[in-house]
Design a protein around this ligand. Structure first.
Ligand code: AMP
Ligand code: ZN
Length: 134
């Protein structure tokens, strides 16, 4: 389904998709129980601006369904990971950083700095970035 079409369908079907992971910060955002500056929403994906941005554009793209990390992926949700990246690319275009360049990052577990155990893709752009990452 094209992203624009998916975006249009999202609002009514979100609540039914959400698993009851009561104490997860990002599940609460997905359920609308915590405020967020939402940039994109469809029936499986929510993207919102990071509260503590590390670049002029810093958006988090996550599945509505609670998945702890990349390590929790199985055969059943491989397509979802592609979808998270497609949404990140579309937002990069919409937020004006696609042409000059952007980075997507998935932190996994402690040494990579994952602080919220709900899978999310960081979309970072709007400034030059170093390599290797810190
Ligand atoms: P990570 O450290 O990779 O797990 O990324 C978690 C990100 O979530 C960090 O960049 C935080 O700044 C961001 N964050 C935490 N709480 C919120 C919130 N309530 N709204 C938006 N972003 C948040
Ligand atoms: Zn969650």
């Amino acid at each position: 389904m094209p992203l624009q079409e998916a975006r249009g369908r999202g609002a009514n079907s979100v609540a039914a998709e959400v698993k009851p992971v009561e104490d997860c910060l990002f599940c609460k955002i997905a359920r609308g129980e915590l405020p967020a500056n939402v940039a994109y929403r469809d029936d499986g994906v929510v993207a919102f601006h990071d509260l503590n941005p590390q670049a002029p554009v810093h958006v988090l793209v996550m599945p509505i369904r609670h998945i702890e990390s990349l390590l929790a992926l199985g055969e059943g949700n491989l397509e979802l990971v592609g979808r998270l990246h497609a949404v990140a690319a579309q937002l990069a275009r919409e937020l004006g950083v696609a042409e000059r360049g952007f980075r997507v990052v998935i932190n996994t577990n402690r040494e990579a700095g994952q602080s919220v155990p709900h899978l999310h893709v960081h979309l970072l752009g709007g400034r030059a970035m170093g390599w290797p990452p810190g």
